[in-house]
Design a protein around this ligand. Structure first.
Ligand code: MN
Length: 233
């Protein structure tokens, strides 16, 4: 037994639909600009013929279960929602081909990539890392994992509302880089492991929330997500 000065951080985990065991989380990957209309609204259109996807990561400790109330985070006045389809990796993958990519899928979830947009845009425009804008405490919201081993989701409505008003409405078939392409490309850079989550990007319509807001989202065939924004600390 290793002796530690204090208790090590708890393993982050998510419930799995239909199972008693929870899915232990390894890493959290996020795809940037993966819907054309969102890339355009951010002022950075994507030309797939000459560009590759890009990624950022968040610490697993930023994970929050759907249904939570989170404090409005510090040092921002423009906290944004981003509704996303999440892929859960269930097997090791390094340099996996698009054709084989389905073999490493464990399942899917609905996710929110909450973002301090003001800080992200300052970082982007100054060529600095995105961490202060993206790696925000309690900003990686996720539902239970729905087991769909080996299944590739190619279409399905993705939508989000704030206080009952629709803000985002699109379809997963509009992903610029689809699920197979993302897994294959990301596995060129990382040895993907069971428990890695990939947030696949958000469609257009992102916007700010304020304390008291109720965010509700869904992905057709996967599930529904909810987050309440509480007062600032
Ligand atoms: Mn995102």
């Amino acid at each position: 037994m290793t002796a530690y000065l204090w208790n090590p951080p708890a393993v982050q985990s998510l419930p799995v639909r239909g199972k008693a065991e929870r899915l232990p989380i390894n890493r959290l990957f996020f795809v940037g600009r993966n819907y054309h209309a969102h890339a355009v609204e951010m002022g950075r259109p994507v030309d797939k013929s000459i560009e590759r996807p890009f990624y950022f990561t968040k610490a697993p400790q930023t994970l929050v279960a759907s249904g939570a109330t989170v404090a409005y985070p510090p040092e921002t006045s423009n906290y944004h929602f981003e509704m996303e389809l999440v892929v859960a990796i269930g097997a090791p993958a390094f340099r996996v081909t698009r054709e084989d990519a389905h073999q490493v899928i464990y399942g899917y979830a609905c996710g929110l990539d909450m973002t301090r947009r003001d800080l992200q845009l300052v970082a982007r425009d100054k060529g600095r890392p995105w961490d202060l804008g993206k790696d925000v405490e309690q900003s990686s919201v996720c539902t239970e994992i729905v087991p769909m081993p080996g299944m590739v989701i190619e279409r399905g409505e993705i939508a989000l509302s704030v206080n009952g008003q629709t803000k985002q409405q699109s379809n997963v078939d509009k992903l610029i880089w689809n699920i197979r392409e993302i897994i294959a490309d990301l596995s060129l850079f990382y040895h993907l492991q069971p428990g890695d989550l990939i947030y696949t990007g958000t469609p257009e319509g992102v916007g700010a929330v304020v304390p008291g807001d109720l965010i509700q989202g869904r992905v057709e065939g996967v599930g529904e997500i909810e987050l309440r924004v509480g007062p600032a600390e």
